[in-house]
Design a protein around this ligand. Structure first.
Ligand SMILES: [Zn+2]
Length: 125
């Protein structure tokens, strides 16, 4: 068996919050100049994101930025907002094939897999 080319990756709330200031800077700062953002100064937003404590949450980030799009992704299972997002498939890229699930949908997936696998084993002669 060859190594799988697929990926199961957890983008946790904590890991995303820890990198949000860096991601914000990459998006809004070019050659030392801060671009404008919807709330005004992207440099001020960056300062506030950089000052977040280690136990800051996705909600803290959303209050600074003004929306929840920077932490989490759309869940392909329940169509909700997955703060902790489980990414199954190819590594994230512009054209990657992957499914994103919230933790509740991931729990349902694992539970369903276990039940169906047991059913298959019982059905075998
Ligand atoms: Zn879900």
């Amino acid at each position: 068996m060859t190594a799988p080319t697929w990926l199961v990756h957890l983008a946790s709330e904590r890991a995303q919050v820890a990198k949000v200031a860096e991601r914000w800077k990459a998006q809004y700062c070019s050659q030392g100049q801060w671009a404008r953002c919807s709330t005004g100064s992207s440099g001020e937003v960056h300062q506030r994101l950089s000052a977040l404590s280690a136990d800051a949450t996705a909600q803290d980030v959303a209050e600074i930025i003004g929306n929840d799009s920077w932490i989490g992704e759309h869940c392909d299972g329940c169509r909700g907002h997955a703060v902790d997002s489980w990414q199954i498939g190819e590594a994230p890229d512009y054209e990657s094939h992957r499914v994103v699930l919230c933790s509740a949908c991931m729990d349902l997936l694992v539970k369903t897999y276990k039940v169906e696998r047991m059913r298959l084993k019982r059905a075998m002669p």
